[in-house]
Design a protein around this ligand. Structure first.
Ligand code: 4AD
Ligand code: MG
Length: 477
């Protein structure tokens, strides 16, 4: 008989039928009650053994973490906490789990401890929930774009260009690392390299996505990106997944509309389709909040936060207005937002962003028209000659979740900008071709997938929403 998934058994549709289930023991009480989890849902199915019906040597092998198969009848449960349970007739221990050694016990482990056991942490309720939500969120991303006429483009992981011009790239080379061949000037001679030139892991698929948008109209990427920025924060990973839509003929306003609609849609989808997991994560957060001082507790529950994003318009504010707001605020009176007020032209620090989102507007904010000097080379210059058509979306508790722009579609303006920034034209000839042949207004953005998962799960460290986080000095698994 094929085994049933716990998620289906808990529906009770196979009531009074003979069923088999396979999974891992989450708890074993009184030599009689097994809480079995197979990963299909946060909920366990209770498996009841008739007393003395199983040999002592089998009972001894049933411990937390062991893989088992049970066969029995699905019945209505007399006990509290579950509607249905399996009255077990046969039980096989498929794989034992030595209780002396197994690190994951039915108690609350610290997130730090679980990070050190990243290969086992997904067996806990919290990580099971997070990773199921992550999976559903990926599906929602594809669903949204596919249903809205976008084509999925796979941009290269290994690239010869620096899309963001920020120089934060991991190099890919087949040359001997410590002793590469050098030319007469002492520069590394890449002619012997596998690709015959310097190559890196991509920091963004945007430039390639732009070339595709200029033929397919509406495209999106969803893939891994890599950044060698040495930021040891709860919001940065060296390897993260980014979603980058790019749309021909879209202006910055269209781009903001798309980003807002997209975010609302995927958050709404997850609320609909991951109810049990979100409920669990919400309760977990409420417990966590209790250990904080009253004034630091969140005013909203997780569900309220998610619903707020789905139901309210994001506030759209220009960079210049934001600077004015920050200048007239009194940050130092409020310890939580203790920052130095910057002059026009400075990049915003995360404290500034948090003030705007969490204190001033109290809702997601789209900041646009940033100073050209603090943004990437490809952004459309405004008529004022000093700002660009950039936008960042800032989320409460997260900070920047989206970065995007209308692109500079004018060949001459783009070339001038590249010259000023020493970006070699000859290496970017293919990108410049889009501006030479049938150029048009176009826009796009990048959403950091893990920051989205952080928001939806209410977790506070980005290391806890990706299976195997890559951060400085950390690539254990
Ligand atoms: O703002 P960024 O650098 O924008 C780009 O890469 C553009 N090429 C996107 C585009 O217009 N197509 O990155 C986009 C988003 C950020 O807003 C943030 O959510 C996320 O990617 N991100 C990171 N997430 C985790 N770890 C990091 N180190 C991240 N760096 C950026
Ligand atoms: Mg950015």
């Amino acid at each position: 008989m094929k085994h049933s998934y716990v998620i289906d058994l808990l529906e009770g549709t196979q009531l009074l039928q003979e069923v088999t289930a396979k999974g891992w023991v989450r708890a074993f009480r009184n030599n009689q009650f097994i809480a079995l989890n197979d990963g299909s849902t946060i909920n366990n199915i209770q498996c009841v053994l008739e007393l003395d019906a199983f040999a002592e040597e089998i009972i001894r092998k049933i411990s937390v973490g062991a893989a088992i198969a049970v066969k029995g009848t699905l019945i209505e449960s007399q006990g509290k906490g579950q509607k249905f349970e399996i009255h077990v007739k046969e039980l096989e221990v498929l794989g034992e789990s030595n209780p002396e050694e197994y690190p994951i016990q039915p108690k609350k482990h610290s997130l730090e401890f679980l990070r050190e056991n990243a290969h086992l942490r997904v067996r806990t309720n919290a990580f099971g929930a997070i990773m199921r939500v992550r999976s559903t969120l990926s599906f929602a991303v594809h669903k949204y774009f596919q249903e809205n006429g976008f084509f999925y483009v796979n941009t290269p992981i290994i690239t010869g260009s620096d899309a963001e011009g920020a120089g934060e790239m991991f190099q890919v080379t087949s040359l001997e690392v410590g002793n590469p061949p050098r030319d007469e000037n002492g520069n590394i001679d890449y002619s012997e390299d596998f690709f015959g030139k310097e190559t890196n892991l991509t920091v963004s698929g945007q430039l390639e996505a732009e070339t595709y948008a200029m033929a397919l109209g509406k495209v999106y990427t969803f893939g891994p990106t890599f950044r060698a920025e040495n930021s040891n924060t709860t919001r940065h990973l060296a390897e993260f997944w980014m979603i980058e839509p790019e749309v021909a003929f879209n202006t910055l306003d269209d781009n903001m509309d798309l980003a807002e609609d997209f975010i609302k849609s995927v958050v709404g989808y997850v609320m609909e389709n991951c109810k049990d997991d979100i409920d669990f994560l919400e309760k977990r957060l409420i417990e966590e909040e209790k250990s904080k001082p009253q004034n630091q507790r969140s005013e909203m529950t997780l569900t309220e936060k998610l619903r707020f994003v789905v139901e309210n318009n994001f506030k759209r504010v220009s960079y210049t207005e934001a600077i004015d707001i920050l200048k007239s605020s009194k940050p130092n009176r409020n310890k939580k937002f203790n920052y130095i007020i910057e002059d026009w032209g400075a990049d915003l620090q995360s404290e500034h962003e948090r003030y705007l989102v969490e204190k001033h507007f109290k809702c997601p904010v789209i900041l646009f028209d940033y100073p050209a000097d603090i943004k990437a080379f490809y952004m459309r210059l405004n008529e004022d000659g000093k700002t660009v058509r950039a936008m960042d979306i800032l989320f409460p508790g997260i900070g920047e979740i989206v970065g995007g722009s209308q692109r500079e579609e004018r060949y001459n303006v783009l070339v001038e900008k590249m010259k000023a920034l020493n970006i070699p034209e000859e290496e970017m000839w293919w990108y410049l071709d889009t501006r030479k042949f049938g150029t048009a207004v176009h826009s796009g953005f990048g959403l950091g997938f893990e920051r989205m998962v952080l928001f939806v799960t209410g977790m506070s460290n980005i290391r806890d929403v990706i299976p195997y986080p890559r951060t400085p000095k950390n690539a254990e698994f």
